[in-house]
Write a protein that binds this ligand. Structure first.
Ligand SMILES: [Zn+2]
Length: 253
């Protein structure tokens, strides 16, 4: 799937969402240089150091650095919603790499109600819908489920890893009314948690835990980007296909 092609489909009369370049007639919301940079990124395993207990396998597209970080911020917090198409396509490409053709159930990490209001919609739900459409178009069976709710909380951007972990513990809950349908949808599918940026891993760890409590096992957490802080460089790595146990297989070379 050539996800980055979607980058060229946008027509936005603004500066590049990746590097801020303006003054040229951008055919898309992202300039050619930034498209090329993102197109060269390959999904790879990543892991924060230290990793919180219960953190599933994490796979990301690139470092949380420009142009990817600016594209995410422009989409998420500056109202450039049309970036959902290329970013969702990129997310779909990461999922496709891990899924290797197997059916998937995507579970986006939800915004708090307040954040979703400010952003005129839940930003990960929107991206995940695009990703699922791309996956289906490429022949992968892909469903999206929304079993989680985010509790109102303070901005965690400036908290330490330990404080973040404590805050994250109470930050998410499973919607009781959706447990039954979630279990049904999860049957025979790889379950991926989907988020924009991996930082300490506490969000993905806690959400995995919440889902495990209702007997839904997460196969992997998938993000667009991962911060380099406290993170060991990923080993040379590639994804294999289905293994006999139907679990994720990670090949290291
Ligand atoms: Zn650019």
């Amino acid at each position: 799937m050539r996800a980055y092609e979607a980058l060229a489909d946008l027509i936005l009369p603004t500066s590049c969402a990746g590097c801020g370049a303006g003054g040229v007639a951008l055919r898309s919301g992202v300039c050619g240089d930034c498209v090329a940079t993102v197109a060269a990124m390959r999904p790879h395993e990543t892991r924060p150091t230290p990793a919180p207990p219960g953190l599933p396998l994490c796979v990301t597209l690139g470092p949380y650095a420009d142009p990817l970080s600016s594209m995410i911020v422009n989409y998420k917090d500056r109202g450039r919603h049309r970036l959902a198409k290329p970013l969702g396509a990129l997310l779909g490409a990461v999922v496709a790499e891990v899924a290797a053709g197997r059916p998937v159930l995507l579970v986006p990490v939800p915004d708090t109600p307040g954040a979703a209001r400010e952003r005129h919609g839940d930003h990960m739900a929107r991206l995940t819908r695009v990703a699922a459409r791309r996956l289906r178009a490429a022949g992968t069976v892909a469903l999206v489920a929304y079993p989680l709710k985010a509790m109102p909380r303070a901005d965690s951007a400036h908290l330490s890893a330990a404080d973040r972990a404590r805050t994250a513990q109470s930050a998410f809950a499973v919607r009781e009314a959706r447990v039954k349908s979630l279990r049904a949808a999860a049957r025979g599918r790889l379950i991926f948690l989907v988020d924009d940026v991996l930082t300490t891993g506490s969000t993905l760890a806690v959400v995995s835990e919440r889902l495990a409590e209702v007997d839904v096992e997460v196969a992997a957490g998938v993000t667009l980007a991962a911060t380099e802080l406290r993170r060991e460089s990923a080993e040379s790595w590639s994804m294999g296909g289905a293994d006999p146990n139907g679990r994720i297989r990670v090949k290291r070379s």
